[in-house]
Ligand binder design. Structure first.
Ligand code: SAM
Length: 248
């Protein structure tokens, strides 16, 4: 069943009356040419889903009635927060899309010492809107109950502070030789409510950043003997955590 996000949550009165949707507001719904009786899901972005059934439609409006409201079952019990060392422009969009599919709750791009990009302040608002749309589209496609937030670019220090309340903090460190950290963590995953993971940009993590992260309680983890691209590393660690959390 197709799933979309509402532009804003619906209150109970709105849910108890037929909902009239305009083509202007919900263009993507009209593309499906839904017929009377067909159903679709509206997620409210706050963890609730509403199953709607089409009762009438014409070229500019679709009228549907809500036949069921339920809690979204597609969110992890633990919030996964990705601190992504700012990569080259097009990579960030790819990373956001895949991190959303893998269950990330927040994505914080982080300007790091070896990030090889510069921020164009004039374009940052439009860029933020585009990254939100990428997150929203990936969340809709993967039937998420929320739209993961893509935060504005953080400094390294503010990123570390932003996740100071995480139960587990991991820094994916390409020079880490201890390969047992992740497996040693597994017994603690079911109790974790928030896990932060930090991944360096293409140029890697500087020694100072590694020391600073460790001083903030980050554990250094190896993702194996090979050097992964920045866009692979975060997704590798997210996948590992998501699969263990889902089957916890
Ligand atoms: N400095 C690296 C090198 O030696 O070529 C390049 C950095 S790598 C392309 C980008 C980031 O991915 C790293 O900073 C790290 O966060 C993560 N990463 C890549 N391979 C990793 C590995 N085997 N173990 C842990 N983290 C890794």
């Amino acid at each position: 069943m197709h799933q979309f996000f509402l532009n804003e949550p619906l209150n109970d009165d709105a849910l108890n009356a037929p909902l009239v949707l305009s083509r202007k507001e919900y263009q993507h719904l009209f593309v499906l040419r839904l017929r009377d009786g067909e159903q679709f899901v509206f997620a409210d972005g706050c963890g609730r889903e509403h199953v709607f059934e089409v009762v009438a439609s014409d070229k500019n409006t679709i009228t549907a009635k809500c036949i069921e409201t339920r809690a979204s079952e597609n969110e992890l019990a633990c919030q996964l927060v990705l601190l992504q060392g700012l990569p080259k422009r097009e990579k960030l969009e790819f990373i956001i899309q895949k991190a959303v599919e893998l269950g990330a709750h927040d994505i914080l791009p982080v300007m790091m010492a070896r990030s090889n990009v510069r921020i164009d302040e004039k374009k940052s608002e439009r860029k933020a809107e585009r990254l939100h749309e990428i997150s929203k589209s990936a969340a809709s496609q993967s039937k998420r109950g929320i739209i993961p937030e893509v935060h504005g670019v953080q400094s390294f220090a503010s990123a570390l502070d932003a996740v100071s309340d995480a139960d587990i903090k991991l820094i994916a460190y390409e020079d880490e030789t201890n390969r047992g950290t992740l497996s040693a963590l597994l017994p603690t995953l079911p109790q974790a409510k928030k896990i932060a993971i930090l991944v360096g940009p293409e140029g890697g993590i500087s020694d100072e950043e590694w020391q600073q992260a460790k001083a903030h309680g980050f554990q250094s983890v190896s993702l194996g003997k090979r050097i992964l691209r920045t866009e692979t590393a975060g997704l590798c660690l997210l996948s590992y955590l998501m699969l263990h959390l889902e089957n916890a």
